[in-house]
Ligand binder design. Structure first.
Ligand SMILES: *Cc1c(COP(=O)(O)O)cnc(C)c1O
Length: 429
């Protein structure tokens, strides 16, 4: 057992201050038990806790850190920006630079707006889609998480899946009933919702690869089918690439699967580890936003110059380095290795797209949230702690995606596989 007495002391203190001791629920280790580690430092593929233990990190700050911790160019860009001023609340050139980089990745973004989180990006995209169509209903998929805005906390996967609450108290039923849910990878569900709510659906939002119920790729034809239904019915198609944008390809899942949304939501990697979100797309929709139009949306720290600098540095490196083939190879090495083990331990299923993956404690493939929830979360919790004790830091819940960064080296991946094999032996032999 790795000891972490100082983390325990700090968690006791934090519990006096924060509900559950944390500022975002899944950090609390509730799904796996034990004390969350207080982290002090990151370096490349590694994180170090306050007790001085080192771990190979497969959380990557839940997605943003595709270049690993403290990439020198990103750090330098942030420090240089800080020296020039932390915030102005006035236009700065960096906003346009980052917007142009986002446009290169997503050429169908004609206009974009920066916000400070993925939640804000999605919440605002939905507002403008409702205004554009003059309709109220939205369609989402069970198990897809789009941040914690009221309308979207209905069957929302991720932390909610972990805590077994399909939806959140505090969301007025009158609002929740405007959110219609379909099963992921199920076009027939969408067709029947659309038929039952003819001409009242404003938008449909999807995670193009569902990463908040593990890692669930779209079945062939699923995204194209959604595109077709939205076009046919005049529904705004919102593709939430907060996790997948710049992750599975520079142009996200839309590049990978050759599909285009009317609006795109971005977050995580676009801020290079700083709080940035963005939404953008068709000009005719985006121009409804104030001050061009009447749909109100604003933010004191939106487009913050330091956050923009981190995003610019990160996207520039990704654009030049083109690491996606290399990330695919690393991912394949890891999941091929796991697949070989699964032969011996047929209680598992591994799913991956590029550098995001999930090891489900369930023998059959996961195509929807309804599949995912039959995973053996108790055994996952034991596995999580066995891995942690061997220096592997995984997301502390079954329904979260693991991430590989450009900083992970061959020996890190081999360490992961060795630790997994030992953990499986402990669990099942
Ligand atoms: C993380 C995430 C969000 C929410 O982003 P925050 O920055 O945590 O508010 C929204 N959508 C998806 C797909 C995400 O993965």
């Amino acid at each position: 057992m790795v000891a972490h007495p100082y983390s325990e002391i700090l968690f006791r203190r934090a519990r006096q201050l924060f509900p559950g001791g944390v500022n975002s629920p899944v950090r609390a280790f509730k799904a796996v038990g034990g004390t969350p580690l207080f982290l002090r430092q990151g370096n490349g593929s590694h994180v170090f806790d306050v007790d001085g233990n080192g771990y190979i990190d497969f959380v990557g700050s839940w997605g943003p850190l595709i270049l690993g911790h403290c990439h020198p160019q990103v750090t330098e860009a942030i420090v240089a920006a800080v020296r020039e001023g932390i915030s102005f609340g006035a236009p700065t050139p960096r906003e346009s630079t980052l917007a142009e980089l986002a446009q290169e990745a997503f050429p169908h973004i004609q206009k974009i707006r920066f916000v400070s989180s993925g939640t804000e990006a999605v919440m605002s995209a939905i507002r403008v889609a409702r205004a554009f169509t003059g309709r109220d209903h939205i369609i989402k998929f069970s198990g897809c998480y789009h941040g914690h805005a009221d309308s979207l906390l209905v069957k929302a996967g991720s932390g909610l899946a972990t805590f077994g609450t399909p939806s959140s108290p505090g969301v007025p039923p009158s609002l929740a009933e405007k959110t219609l849910t379909a099963r992921y990878n199920n076009l027939a569900d969408v067709e029947s919702l659309v038929a039952a709510h003819a001409d009242s659906v404003a938008c449909l939002i999807v995670e193009p690869i569902a990463g908040n119920m593990g890692c669930v790729p779209p079945q062939p034809g699923f995204l194209a089918g959604l595109r077709e239904i939205c076009t046919r019915r005049g529904i705004v198609f919102i593709i939430d690439e907060v996790m997948t944008g710049f992750r599975v390809a520079f142009g996200g899942a839309q590049e990978l699967y050759e599909v285009r949304g009317d609006l795109v939501c971005l977050g995580k990697i676009i801020g290079g580890g700083m709080p940035v979100g963005a939404f953008g797309g068709k000009e005719e929709i985006m121009n409804l936003l104030a001050p061009e139009g009447a749909v109100y949306q604003a933010g004191t720290l939106s487009g913050n110059p330091v956050a923009m600098a981190a995003g610019i540095a990160t996207l520039k490196i990704l654009k030049e380095l083109k690491p996606y083939r290399q990330l695919e190879q690393k991912g394949a090495f890891l999941t091929d290795g796991l697949q070989a083990l699964i032969h011996r331990y047929p209680y598992l299923c591994i799913q991956r797209v590029g550098s995001m993956f999930c090891l489900y404690f369930r023998p059959a493939p996961v195509r929807s949230f309804e599949d995912a929830i039959s995973s053996d979360t108790k055994t996952f919790a034991r596995f999580f702690h066995l891995m942690l004790d061997q220096g592997i830091y995984l997301p502390p819940a079954q329904f979260e995606a693991c991430f590989i960064s450009t900083a992970h080296e061959q020996q890190d991946l081999e360490h992961f596989l060795d630790a997994a094999e030992r953990s499986f032996k402990t669990l099942w032999e």
